[in-house]
Design a protein around this ligand. Structure first.
Ligand SMILES: [Zn+2]
Length: 387
């Protein structure tokens, strides 16, 4: 596919200007070529018989057979199935979720002291470090722009279909959402200091609280709500098992969180440690309207690399997903220093602004994450950039 002509569409031309390597490659059509094809080889059946040099590809998923590129009888060209692709990518059907062994421990892993947990988390996430990734690594981190570019190309090829898609390129109001997950009781003592910084910059944030974990500090949560902040639900007890449970057990857990949901009129959710599954989302939509458990490109979940490859809110099967795009603390796992974080994220912030993506930030107030003076200072710098 040749580069698009300038169209006078400012958003589109800006997208093309930020097209740095790795980006869209012609060989993405070849499912076994690797680069920028969101299909692990095991899931793809590609055949090259029908058109010389042009494979037809489809995916076998839990949801069944999804045709991605097909050739209808009598048609001289390949049909590119945008609605199916969109569903496949946004729903992360390409991703293989693995269940870490520690979620099978006979006791809650939070009984291991925070600093030790941090070392273990570092070991787990080190395997997902973006350092050493090549142009063929999929999805790229912290920017994966293949699907974004494709959506913009498709909006020109088939505007009506693109407009109806959940991955619409229709301009979104620029969104900055600051979110935090309070995992444990130790986190609460840093909440006010963090929120005061945000309020001083004119931001009101979202705080996800564990429904049946350490007892929440209600005085702190009430203080947040009085200042216009939002309370969300951060799972049942943060044992990282919820995404692996059958629907009836997930429902039982969410029912047990009803008192917190009702007290703060909770409308949003983030799954502990980003563990997510179709079953979880299917049940979750009966409890909240918005989910923050997906990332556009995911190195944060210990269950494996993934991401919905999309940076704007979208709705799938009745639940609105707001992808987290700036998991601010993650580079700490790969040996970065708090003072380097803003520079690490700056290219991504520029890219999100260029393509109209949401700047959805996540941090944790626990002392081993953002609840300390050096991280608070890094976060203050980030807020300066955002404000
Ligand atoms: Zn958490």
């Amino acid at each position: 596919m040749s580069p698009a002509e300038p169209t006078g569409n400012d958003r589109l031309s800006r997208i093309y200007r930020v097209d740095v390597d790795p980006a869209y490659r012609p060989e993405w059509f070849q499912a076994d070529a690797g680069a920028h094809v969101p299909l692990p080889p095991a899931d793809v059946v590609a055949c090259r018989e029908t058109l010389p040099g042009q494979p037809l590809a489809w995916a076998e998923t839990d949801a069944g057979h999804i045709p991605l590129i097909s050739l209808a009888a009598g048609e001289p060209h390949i049909r590119y199935d945008w609605p199916s692709w969109t569903r496949y990518v946004l729903g992360e059907s390409y991703r293989t979720l693995t269940r870490p062994l520690y979620t099978r421990l006979p006791f809650h892993y939070h009984r291991v002291p925070g600093p030790v947990r941090r070392v273990v988390a570092k070991l787990l996430l080190a395997q997902q470090a973006p350092e050493g990734q090549t142009a063929r690594t999929f999805p790229g981190f912290p920017i994966e722009q293949g699907f974004e570019l494709l959506a913009h190309i498709w909006a020109r090829v088939s505007p009506d279909e693109a407009e109806r898609s959940p991955a619409t390129t229709r301009p979104h109001p620029p969104a900055i959402v600051l979110t935090h997950d309070i995992d444990t009781a130790e986190g609460f003592s840093w909440v006010r200091r963090t929120a005061e910084l945000e309020l001083a910059h004119g931001f009101r944030s979202v705080w996800h609280v564990v429904g049946r974990g350490d007892p929440p500090d209600y005085a702190v949560l009430d203080w947040l709500v009085e200042r216009g902040c939002t309370i969300g639900l951060h799972g049942y007890n943060h044992d990282n098992r919820i995404a692996f449970l059958p629907a009836d057990q997930i429902r039982r857990r969410l029912d047990a969180c009803r008192p917190l949901i009702e007290r703060y009129d909770i409308q949003c959710f983030r799954s502990p440690s980003w563990f997510r599954s179709d079953t979880l989302f299917e049940v979750l939509k009966d409890y909240v309207a918005v989910d923050y458990s997906r990332l556009d490109t995911d190195r944060s979940c210990p269950g494996g690399i993934g991401g919905c490859l999309w940076t704007k809110p979208f709705t799938l099967d009745g639940l609105t997903h707001v992808p987290t795009t700036i998991p601010f603390e993650d580079p700490l796992y790969w040996g970065r220093d708090p003072a380097q974080l803003v520079d690490f994220w700056r290219p991504k912030l520029d890219w999100l602004r260029a393509c109209g993506g949401g700047i959805v930030v996540n941090t944790h107030p626990e002392p081993q994450f953002s609840g300390n003076a050096r991280m608070l200072s890094a976060y203050d710098q980030l807020l300066d950039v955002l404000a």
